[in-house]
Every structure is written in structure tokens, then in C-alpha cells.
Design a binder for this molecule. Structure first.
Ligand SMILES: Cc1cc2nc3c(=O)[nH]c(=O)nc-3n(C[C@H](O)[C@H](O)[C@H](O)COP(=O)(O)OP(=O)(O)OC[C@H]3O[C@@H](n4cnc5c(N)ncnc54)[C@H](O)[C@@H]3O)c2cc1C
Length: 462
């Protein structure tokens, strides 16, 4: 089978599009931790939607499975090829086709890295509000396929909320041309949602029309210290009331995250002492500098007066704001400084977050007395990150995953707030989705990909 499909692909495409054997670089089959899997059958690097369609038509006819690779930052092993799979790399579909200022739209191919798109629209005075730590590598297609979130979801929503229309290729090569530049379109099933957050299992996203917004003239960043999680919730309520749509981020850090990050990660400053139970970073963005600054000052005075916060600092410059953001964005560096650990991105309703974090810490102690949880996240979106760390040498990955996902179920949360399910989290899907929901996902898969060639085994098995 591999020889036949390779011959067919070679007959259809030029030599730079099809890589096989020693020409397949390590990056097509190595994860971010440096663990390599076997070589895929081939790597196909299309330039156009038509290329993707022709390639999938051949693979569909030959029943050859395909895994689509964007920036490969998803971290749930979705893009790691099985030995019988062909890799479809989106790396050469990287054109930004149009920035439409009056429509507030950018049209791009799916392989465009997020940061390049952000920088391109900035040149025209716009912002694309999706922003992730992996911005330099992750791609628009990957962002759509994982419904990526990030730091400004509280104001602009997830990727789903930013996609006006998209183009996708189905498993049999059929092209769905849905790149439309307007918000309103009530003409039946909105097919774009089939491809948002479905991790490439229903089609390959090739182009998209995305919403962009005028870049805010001003951003103010504050860091607050708080005595309890109830105060964190009170501050969120107050910030929403006082700042409305100008509240663009609300990030919570438990003491251990703030303390350890500012202690262990080189080059970070500590704007507030590290002995408070909770810290909140919040960001307000708008067009009127004076109003924004005085609004933020009034809010903090009110919060201090009502004893919602214990202490606060407003960044006095862009550099000071960046320094505060670096604390929140240094979780990867913190992880590297910690030793054995397992990371989680889960959702839990904000009124249950504190009890959830306490339950995890307690549960970890039953696994190893020196294990503990470091918790932080996008509190305003119900999304927490947990780093469960434990002493060497035992590998506690399975035990800890079962514990944290089990508790996520007990607290009626979601086992994936951001990264998706892929293969890594597949055993736990039932914790967050009912049998009927999973069966409905299978029905969709059977209808759109009858030979199950697109990312087979990702999210669920058939
Ligand atoms: C440091 C760091 C920080 C992160 N922070 C966040 C965060 O704040 N929020 C968040 O949501 N995620 C975060 N992530 C996870 C990750 O960056 C996102 O899931 C991102 O959207 C993945 O994009 P990608 O291009 O790397 O996709 P990949 O990892 O290449 O692929 C992810 C999935 O999408 C599929 N896919 C990729 N491109 C296409 C396409 N064109 N058509 C169909 N399917 C496709 C793949 O097959 C796979 O199933 C972070 C990751 C890292 C490493």
C-alpha cells in the first residue's frame, strides 16, 4: 500500500511537495519534548487548497490515513504520525491574502503562524485578539482546529468567536468554500463550526476569514494581592462592572505559582511581596488613555476601600506591564525548573475553583507526601492550569492524570479547556462528554469521513 500511494502522489505533485524516507526531517515526527516516533509513510506539503483536495482524493480512494500538522504545539499527541499515516503539513500554505480595514477582516491561509498574522494586521492599526504563549509557532489552522483560547478570551471570546468563515477540504477531496467576510449569514447550518475545535477529524481547514479589531491606543496592567479566593471573585465582579468591555484579561495566580515563578525563573521582577495567598493580573484596554488610567485607579481605590484587595500596583510603562505579564506567561520556564511534573488545562466553574484546587492538592498528598499542585489560570473564563509536581524518581504520570481528571469530573468541569483531546486525553473523554454526545460525534465522523482517513483515533475511537 505505501509504495502505491507514494507513486500516485509523486505522479500528481512536484518533488518538493512529497518527502519520503531520509528526506523527512525530524520535526515531522518528533514532539516538543524531543520524543521521536517512527517515520510516516510520506510528508505532503501542499501550496494550495486544490493541492490538498487532490491529495485527499487519492488517500481517500486508497484508504490511507492522514494526519494534519500545523505548528505542532498542541501537546496532546494529535499530530504525531502513526507509522501507516501520511503527514499533511500546512507549512507552505502561509499567505496572508487580504486585510480589509472597513470590514474588520483578515483572510489568510491556514498555515500562517499566529504571530505573523498579528504583526501584519498591526501594520494597519488593527489587532487580532487571539494570543497564546505558542504564538511564534502555532498556526491559524491549528488555532481553528483546537478552538484556541488564550489571554483575552474574557473580552473577545475563543477562536470560534473570531472566525467569520472558512474553507475546508473534506476527506474525499470535496472543497467547502465558506470564506465569507460578514457576521450575519442565516442560510442554514453554519458549517464552519464542524471544523472549529474538532482537531482535524472532519476536514482540513485551508483558508479563513477572521475578525480583527482596531488596536487599542492604550493598555493598562495592574497586579493585585488578595487574601482569599472569595476576594478574587469579588474583584472580578467589580472589574466587570467598572470596566465593562475595557476589561481584556483577568488572570489568577495562587501563591505557589507567583512565589515559585518569581523565585526560580531568571530575569523576572517581583512587583509585590510573595506572601499573599492570591494574585490577580488584570488588563484594561481602550482608546482614551486618561479615562482608562483614572478608571483603573478608581477601581483599585474602591477595591482597597472595600478590602477586596490587600495591595496593588499599576504598571507605569509598557516595559513594566510586560514585566508583570512575563510572570503569568512563564509557566513553561517554571515547569522546567521544577523537575517531574504533569501539566493540566481544565475548566471548572469559578465558584468551585478554590475547592477544586484544594481537592487536587489533598489528592496529590495521597500519591506522594511531597507532591503538590501549582495553580494559575484564566479565572474569568473558568479555565485553570495545574502543574502537579512530585519528587523523582518514580513516574507518576498515570496516577496523577487519573486523580486530576477524576476530580475534574467530580467538579463537573472540562478535562480540556484549551489544548484539545488528541490521543493523550482520549481515555478521559467520558469524564466530560456523555455517551450520547460521543456517539453523535461518531455519526458526524462516519458521514463526513466514511473511510476514517482524517486524524483517525484522535479525540475518540470508532
Ligand atoms: C507554550 C504554549 C502555550 C500555549 N498556550 C495556549 C493557550 O493559551 N491557549 C490555547 O488554547 N492553547 C495553548 N497552547 C496549545 C496550542 O498552542 C494550541 O492548541 C494551538 O492552537 C495549536 O496550533 P498548532 O498550529 O500548533 O496546531 P497543531 O499542534 O499542529 O495541531 C493541533 C490539532 O489541529 C489539527 N490541525 C492543525 N492544522 C489543521 C488544519 N489546517 N486543518 C485541520 N486540522 C488541523 C491537528 O491535526 C491537531 O489535531 C499552548 C501551547 C504551548 C506550547
Amino acid at each position: 500500500m505505501p509504495a502505491a500511494i507514494i507513486d500516485q502522489l509523486r505522479a500528481e505533485f512536484d518533488a518538493t511537495t512529497i518527502l519520503t524516507g531520509a528526506d523527512i526531517g525530524a520535526r515531522y515526527h518528533t514532539d516538543m519534548a524531543g520524543v521521536a516516533v517512527d517515520l510516516p509513510v510520506a510528508v505532503v506539503r501542499p501550496r494550495t487548497t486544490e493541492d490538498v483536495s487532490r491529495m485527499l482524493k487519492l488517500c481517500h480512494a486508497a484508504r490511507v490515513p492522514v494526519t494534519t500538522q500545523g505548528g505542532m504545539t498542541g501537546l496532546v499527541r494529535a499530530t504525531m504520525p502513526e507509522p501507516n499515516e501520511i503527514v499533511l503539513s500546512m507549512e507552505r500554505m502561509n499567505a496572508i491574502e487580504e486585510v480589509d480595514a472597513s470590514g474588520g477582516v483578515v483572510i489568510a491561509q491556514a498555515g500562517v503562524p499566529l504571530q505573523r498574522l498579528q504583526e501584519r494586521v498591526e501594520q494597519d492599526g488593527f489587532m487580532f485578539p487571539l494570543d497564546l504563549g505558542s504564538r511564534g509557532s502555532c498556526t491559524i489552522g491549528g488555532n481553528i482546529s483546537t478552538n484556541a483560547g488564550g489571554n483575552r478570551v474574557i473580552r473577545y471570546g475563543m477562536t470560534r468567536d473570531l472566525v467569520l468563515g472558512l474553507e475546508a477540504v473534506l476527506a474525499d477531496g470535496t472543497v467547502l468554500k465558506g470564506v465569507r467576510k460578514y457576521i450575519k449569514n442565516n442560510t442554514g447550518t453554519d458549517l464552519k463550526h464542524l471544523f472549529v475545535g474538532t482537531e482535524g477529524t472532519l476536514g482540513v481547514v485551508t483558508r479563513a476569514a477572521l475578525r480583527i479589531f482596531p488596536a487599542p491606543a492604550e493598555q493598562q496592567v495592574a497586579l493585585c494581592a488578595l487574601a482569599s479566593f472569595d476576594q478574587v471573585r469579588a474583584l472580578l465582579t467589580l472589574a466587570r462592572k467598572r470596566l465593562g468591555g475595557e476589561l481584556t484579561a483577568f488572570e489568577v495566580m495562587w501563591n505557589s505559582y507567583y512565589r515559585l515563578t518569581t523565585e526560580l525563573v531568571k530575569g523576572l521582577v517581583r512587583p509585590l511581596p510573595a506572601d499573599h495567598p492570591f494574585y490577580v493580573l488584570f488588563e484594561a484596554s481602550g482608546s482614551d488613555t486618561e479615562r482608562l488610567r483614572s478608571g483603573l485607579e478608581t477601581l483599585l481605590e474602591e477595591a482597597l476601600g472595600e478590602e477586596i484587595i490587600l495591595d496593588a500596583t499599576i504598571a507605569s510603562s509598557g516595559a513594566a506591564a510586560a514585566a508583570i505579564w512575563r510572570i503569568r506567561d512563564s509557566s513553561v520556564e517554571l515547569g522546567r525548573a521544577l523537575g517531574p511534573r504533569v501539566g493540566f488545562d481544565v475548566s471548572v466553574a469559578i465558584d468551585r475553583m478554590e475547592a477544586f484546587a484544594i481537592a487536587i492538592d489533598k489528592g496529590l498528598k495521597t500519591i506522594d507526601n511531597d507532591a503538590h499542585a501549582i495553580v494559575f489560570g484564566h479565572a474569568g473564563d473558568g479555565n485553570l492550569h495545574v502543574i502537579a509536581t512530585y519528587p523523582p524518581p518514580a513516574d507518576r504520570y498515570e496516577q496523577i492524570s487519573k486523580l486530576v481528571y477524576g476530580l475534574t469530573g467530580d467538579f463537573e468541569g472540562s478535562i480540556s479547556a484549551e489544548h484539545g483531546i488528541g490521543i493523550l486525553k482520549r481515555p478521559y473523554l467520558r469524564i466530560s462528554r456523555t455517551e450520547e454526545e460521543i456517539e453523535t460525534m461518531r455519526t458526524l465522523k462516519r458521514a463526513l469521513d466514511p473511510h476514517q482517513i482524517l486524524n483517525p483515533g484522535r479525540i475518540f475511537t470508532m
